[in-house]
Design a protein around this ligand. Structure first.
Ligand code: ASP
Length: 409
């Protein structure tokens, strides 16, 4: 049986077993979780996580060196950032539109008197920008600070491109290291069905379905937003700009989406999503290695959709009216909030406080949605990494067409 089929079965089995587990006595569930599901899931996550920093570093160095001139990197950078910003703005519009249309937060249904949520502070934006250049690259790698690792790798890559033959040895070392890491990730992917099953069963077993009740409409609105964004925005871009069949794209990228779903972490999924994009979708290595790590860090359309729906939902619950200016404010701050969201589980919810503050809504409202966020996190992470891959794929296809044209000419 092929890997994709195995993963698909693991996903379905994970959901069914997870729902079943949520109904058994808590002490039995906790024993099964502690001694079976959690260790299997965590070992799988650690196996991929151990390769995140090496793969990102090595492949960005190679990618930058492979592009040759920094000007080309700049061009790809502009295309990438434009794609990220435009798709995030569309995602937010879809989220806000659906939340207005479906009104998941009917007032009077929810009790807001006892809600509590302790806000956590986000780092100031200027500090984040200055810190993109690391003062100590070793410590950036040790702490897994993705933007700093990306910056350092770009510098090394540009250096290699300039020095050419003089640094041939180091260049080859990076190429061989890349081969090695890709082989390792391919081997680790063989355990994905078991890891994904354990992670999903554990997450759903713990979250349970019983708390959904009045939150069902909120969840449906978010899920519909995620599906529409993939089916309309990404499909249109893949078809219109990438000149490719969107269905084939989603089918080929599915193994990575399933790992995003089970780990709820764009960062942890990165080695898998890069490998799948390069091998199943044929994305050029130098483009995939630049676009996808950057996307896993700053491009989160799924998170943006959740934040948009959640903001309108909380406004509806507290019977606050949102005017046109508020909606523009939501789009602006949620774009920043989704950029600032780290690719790890649950951070999208923490960053939501920033959006709520900007439009003067009570941050305690987050207390309402926190219970069902675990399951939505799985789904939005899948979309988050799909957006990065779609961007890489489209840019790569455009480059390929340009090269072909130049060759023909
Ligand atoms: N878990 C998401 C991700 O890693 C981020 C979030 O929305 O919490 O992409």
């Amino acid at each position: 049986m092929g890997l994709t089929k195995k993963i698909l079965i693991a996903l379905v089995a994970g959901v069914i077993v997870g729902v079943g587990l949520s109904y058994i006595p808590t002490n039995i569930f906790s024993a099964v979780n502690t001694y079976v599901l959690d260790p299997v899931g965590q070992i799988f996550i650690n196996l991929i996580m151990m390769l995140v920093v090496p793969i990102v570093f090595v492949s960005i160095v190679l990618g930058t060196a492979g592009l040759g001139e920094p000007a080309k990197l700049g061009k790809i950078g502009i295309q990438t950032i434009s794609f990220f910003l435009v798709t995030t703005a569309i995602a937010l519009t879809i989220g806000i539109g659906l939340a207005f249309l479906l009104e998941p937060g009917q007032p009077g249904v929810f009790n807001t008197d006892t809600l509590e949520y302790e806000e956590q502070s986000a780092p100031p934006i200027m500090e984040t920008i200055i810190n993109i250049i690391p003062d100590n690259p070793i410590s950036s790698m040790a702490s897994g600070d993705m933007l700093q690792i990306i910056a350092f790798a770009i510098f090394i890559g540009i250096g290699l491109a300039f020095l050419g033959e003089k640094t041939d040895g180091i260049h080859r070392l990076f190429e061989q290291a890349n081969e090695l890491f890709m082989w390792l990730i391919q081997s680790i992917m063989k355990t994905a069905p078991y890891g994904a099953f354990a992670l999903i069963a554990s997450a759903i077993g713990e979250a349970g379905l019983s708390g959904i009740g009045p939150m069902a409409m909120y969840m449906i609105t978010v899920i519909l937003g995620l599906v529409l964004h993939a089916a309309i925005t990404y499909s249109a871009a893949i078809w219109g700009i990438g000149k490719a069949n969107p269905l084939k794209f989603f089918k080929a990228f599915f193994p990575a989406m399933s790992v995003g779903f089970s780990t709820s972490s764009s960062n942890a999924t990165l080695p898998v999503s890069m490998k799948v994009a390069q091998e199943n979708l044929g994305v050029k290595k130098e483009i995939s290695s630049f676009v996808q790590p950057l996307g896993a860090t700053i491009n989160m359309d799924g998170t943006a959709i959740m934040q948009a729906v959640a903001t309108v939902f909380i406004a509806q619950v507290y019977a606050e009216t949102l005017g046109f200016a508020d909606i523009i404010m939501i789009i602006l701050t949620a774009t920043l909030a989704s950029i600032g969201t780290a690719g790890v589980p649950g951070v999208g919810l923490i960053m939501l406080a920033m959006v709520l503050n900007a439009v003067g809504l009570p941050v305690e409202g987050i207390g309402l949605i926190i219970g069902v966020d675990r399951i939505l996190d799985m789904l939005r992470t899948s979309l988050n990494i799909t957006g990065d891959a779609a961007c890489a794929f489209i840019i790569s296809e455009r480059e390929r067409r340009k090269e072909l044209k130049a060759e023909n000419a």
